[in-house]
Design a protein around this ligand. Structure first.
Ligand SMILES: C[S@@+](CC[C@H](N)C(=O)[O-])C[C@H]1O[C@@H](n2cnc3c(N)ncnc32)[C@H](O)[C@@H]1O
Length: 233
């Protein structure tokens, strides 16, 4: 492991805006060396307000988390990723700017239900998730029925889910999953940056998005609402 990565991991342990789950088999969050019982209490204990909690899943360096927090002080943002060295970038930026409406959780997305209570989440952004193109790994895609069920367990009824991706296969797969679940998407854009006027929230560029744009790839966007009754199972 590089020295730089080790230094970032050490720093993360003392960041007051980073909560880490070190042992997936015994899920628990730690912040600044202390156990943090956050489930159902994010607004009370961290944000200290009643504003809606918005997740960015597969947040990487947390571009959406930091930018949405900056642009919308009335929203509470939480970036989720398993990679600490990536989360470090967004968390450091938020601390340097004094942004108090953004936090990061280092965990696997599969474990959301351990750290968020039913109906605690108002909205989810899924930004450039790994596409898992092989059919045998479809269950790992963040828009698979398995993950939608995980989101249902923590989202309020009617919560909006946003997906931004360069991966056409993942995008089409996501539309198929929604059709199978009886969910009509609210918005489907196949070439975000080809639009005459890019909607404000979609103007935020992530680290991966910039690389895809340099490679001349089209960026796809999808938005839908998650209701408990959409579940087919
Ligand atoms: C392609 S990167 C995108 C990062 C960022 N959203 C961006 O656009 O720059 C995908 C991210 O998803 C994270 N990831 C993949 N599967 C995950 C999982 N099951 N739980 C948590 N993070 C996951 C990876 O660690 C990686 O940072």
């Amino acid at each position: 492991m590089s020295k730089n990565k080790l230094a970032k991991f050490a720093e993360l342990e003392n960041f007051p805006n980073v909560f880490q789950n070190f042992t997936p088999l015994q899920p628990a969050l730690t912040c600044c060396g202390e156990k943090a019982e956050m489930k159902g209490r994010w607004k009370e204990l961290f944000f200290r307000n009643e504003n809606p909690v918005v997740l960015e899943l597969a947040c990487g360096k947390g571009d959406y988390s930091v930018n949405l927090a900056r642009q919308y002080p009335g929203r509470n943002l939480i970036g989720i990723d398993v990679k600490g060295n990536r989360i470090w970038t967004g968390a450091r930026q938020a601390l340097d700017e004094g942004l108090e409406n953004v936090a990061f959780v280092r965990t696997r997305i599969e474990q959301l239900g351990e750290f968020f209570a039913p109906q605690e989440i108002a909205e989810i952004w899924i930004t450039f998730p790994d596409p898992f193109p092989r059919k045998s790994r479809a269950m790992k895609r963040l828009t698979s029925p398995r993950f939608l069920d995980i989101y249902r367990k923590v989202c309020e009824p009617g919560a909006r889910i946003h997906l931004k991706t360069d991966a056409t296969g993942l995008f089409e797969y996501s539309l198929e999953v929604l059709a199978e679940e009886g969910i009509a998407p609210e918005e489907v854009i196949r070439d975000v940056h080809g639009m005459a006027r890019v909607p404000e929230e979609l103007q935020i560029l992530t680290y991966y998005e910039k690389m895809h744009l340099e490679a001349k790839k089209k960026i796809h966007y999808l938005r839908f609402r998650l209701f408990p009754e959409n579940s087919q199972r």
